[in-house]
Design a protein around this ligand. Structure first.
Ligand code: DI6
Ligand code: FE
Length: 379
């Protein structure tokens, strides 16, 4: 492949057996593709989505436009629980079919690694159904899909928090792990979700099953979950609008990735921004993801979220690009296998007819790569 002879960077790279095999000036190749001076970037990584769900929450959006808050709707039995009802009546095939167009929208923008969480089942059978749907998407889509078990997303009706967490830890997680249905575990720590004791219990359980933990932390209030989670060894803390200086310090010390989700911030019309300046100053790696879900971020576009990370949160263009490539990969513990063009890595890359990568966060809407390659194959 001949990439960008004028740009002063590497101008050629070779792909063999689905991996980058050489990068340089004049690499040998059996077949050459001239990319005509286009900009080549790594395949994009969307490291935080909930894109397998049924139904929609359009009427809730109308309520929120009329002044109701996300928490008020959740406490009145709407919110996540209304999607849970829709998921429980859907079949695994319904879920796969509903998710496919959303996944394809991301792939068209250049996403080649996609994380998807469960969390709308909230009982054993329905959480397994979601995770199996995610595994099926992984088989059907031409990109890498990673599944995260988010049984601890909300407390189902009629149960106490403690009771339900026991079920997640003692009944669901062992089966999820034994059937290899998840690559990571996640928990929503929030006043309308789970607390710090639950976080520490789930961390121990995930560890026993050899699964990495991630955490939804500090989205709507400051609970200190991100600092504690960092010390517990999670790979990423996600959301983080209310993270405090001691949380940032703990994440810096422990090498935890901060996953910023500007789509949810925008859609919920939040005003408290994550402490980007502090993350930058402390050297915390920042990722950006779509959080694609029906309630707080019905946004099937990682490029729009990158744009919002710049305009709403103050990331620079190059920070936003790293956020959806290397750092997105790191948030999933995939820093060795995704998010960068390097010899030996899977040949996931995107080709753009743009003067520079900065244009990705300049134009809003209507941008697509001219080609997307995953594992060396053109999609
Ligand atoms: N935080 C979020 O933004 C999503 N989950 C979470 O814990 C929202 C999920 C939803 O509202 O359906
Ligand atoms: Fe989320």
């Amino acid at each position: 492949m001949v990439a960008d002879p004028e740009a002063g960077g590497e101008s050629c790279f070779a792909v063999s057996d689905g991996r980058f095999s050489a990068i340089g000036e004049n690499v040998p190749a059996a077949r050459r593709v001239d990319l005509g001076g286009a900009t080549v970037l790594p395949g994009l990584v969307d490291c935080h989505t909930h894109l397998v769900y049924a139904g929609d929450r359009c009427s809730e959006h109308a309520l929120r436009l009329g002044g109701a808050s996300y928490e008020e709707i959740a406490r009145a039995g709407g919110g996540i629980l209304s999607t849970v009802e829709a998921v429980r009546t859907a079949t695994e095939t319904d879920l796969v079919e509903a998710a496919l167009p959303r996944a394809h929208a991301l792939i068209r923008e250049g996403v080649t690694v996609l994380e998807i969480k469960s969390g709308y089942g909230l009982d054993l059978d329905n959480e397994l159904k979601l995770l199996k749907a995610i595994r099926r998407l992984g088989e059907q889509l031409p990109i890498r899909v990673r599944a995260t078990f988010l049984g601890a997303h909300a407390v189902p009706p009629g149960r106490t928090r403690g009771e339900y967490l026991r079920e997640v830890v003692d009944e669901m997680l062992p089966i999820v792990a034994a059937e290899n249905l998840a690559d990571a575990v996640d928990i929503f720590v929030e006043t309308i979700g789970f607390d710090l004791t639950d976080l520490s219990e789930l961390a121990q359980a995930a560890d026993r099953h050899g699964l990495p933990l991630r955490v939804h932390a500090e989205q709507l209030s400051a609970m200190g979950a991100s600092g504690m989670a960092a010390r517990l060894g999670v790979t990423s803390c996600d959301h983080l609008e209310f993270a405090r200086p001691d949380d940032v310090a703990a994440m810096a010390e422990c090498g935890t990735v901060a996953v910023l989700l500007p789509g949810a911030f925008y859609f919920l019309r939040e005003t408290q921004r994550p402490p980007v300046e502090a993350f930058r100053g402390a050297g915390v790696r920042m990722a950006v993801a779509s959080d694609l879900n029906p309630g707080s971020s019905p946004i099937a576009s990682l490029l729009i979220c990158m744009h919002m990370a710049c305009t709403l949160f103050g990331l620079t263009a190059s920070e936003a690009l790293e956020a959806v490539t290397r750092h997105g990969a790191a948030a999933m513990g995939m820093e060795k296998t995704a998010g960068i063009v390097d010899v030996g890595r899977p040949a996931d890359f995107t080709v753009w007819d743009l003067p520079s990568p900065q244009h990705l966060v300049y134009q809003l809407g209507g941008l697509t790569p001219t080609a997307v390659y995953a594992g060396g194959n053109r999609l």
